[in-house]
Design a protein around this ligand. Structure first.
Ligand code: HEM
Length: 227
């Protein structure tokens, strides 16, 4: 009982830290944006080409981090990781990768505020399907990010909602990844160069997922209902 309470309070404290860090980062990003608007009034503007490169690079890194988090999540339930990596460390790494992907995606979206190729405001980044550039493709990215935040937060809800509901909620990770993939392929302005890279990553994650589902089905014999 005492151990259960310690684990629960540690998880709650972990979520509290994430909220606090998120609030600090949001305040810093808002301050940097305000400073850039002031500098712009004085004629000091950021180089638009560099901003565009940073938007694309951060999008690609966010996608890689999300894929890494998914891959580690798939490996977590396999014997290889279970035998070699302590469970707490393995779960910590999964949580860490998931939140880093969220952070990088937020940064990727935030950079759009500095771009003069696109005319984005804060609300265009928060509300899906209303922005000035490719509203559908970008809207899917916004919904994907919300799903990523929900599934990353689900790590801290397990004690409140129970393991079964946690698992069901956590399966949304696949939906989040699918949305991020569609967004990455459709929204990138230089598709020919990178799309095959995003598609190759998504296929290489799909195959082990399928293998895992099939293996689990084989392990669990079909239930026979008598009434
Ligand atoms: C609020 C959420 C998001 C917004 C507003 C947004 C917006 C955009 C925009 C405008 C582009 C086109 C940039 C360009 O090529 O000129 C783009 C591309 C891209 N985004 Fe997002 N995005 C969001 C979420 C995400 C998420 C969650 C991921 C992945 C985890 C992601 C990954 C990418 C990638 C990989 C590209 C293509 C970069 C390239 O190869 O050119 N985005 N996004």
């Amino acid at each position: 009982m005492a151990t259960q309470t310690t684990v629960t309070s540690r998880r709650t404290a972990g979520f509290g830290n994430i909220l606090l860090n998120g609030a600090i980062v949001a305040a810093l990003l808002a301050a940097i944006y305000a400073a850039s608007l002031l500098l712009e009034q004085k004629g000091l503007e950021l180089d638009n080409e560099s901003v565009w490169c940073a938007i694309r690079a951060s999008g690609a890194v966010a996608y890689l981090l999300l894929a890494a988090s998914m891959a580690w999540g798939i490996l977590l339930s396999g014997k290889l990781v279970k035998r070699r990596v302590p469970a707490a460390l393995a779960l910590e790494l999964h949580t860490y990768l998931a939140w880093t992907a969220v952070g990088m995606s937020v940064y990727h979206a935030y950079l759009l505020l500095f771009s003069r190729f696109f005319d984005y405001g804060v609300l265009d980044l928060l509300i899906p399907f209303v922005g000035p550039y490719e509203p559908f493709a970008v809207g899917i990215g916004i919904v994907g990010l919300y799903v990523m935040i929900l599934t990353s937060a689900s790590f801290y809800l397990v004690d409140r909602i129970g393991y079964r509901s946690f698992r069901l909620l956590h399966y949304l990770t696949y939906a989040g990844f699918l949305l991020a993939t569609v967004h990455s392929v459709m929204a990138g302005t230089d598709g020919a160069l990178f799309n095959s890279f995003y598609l190759a990553i998504s296929v290489s994650l799909f195959l082990p997922t399928l293998a895992r589902i099939l293996a689990r089905r084989r392990r669990e014999p079909a239930r026979i209902y008598t009434s």
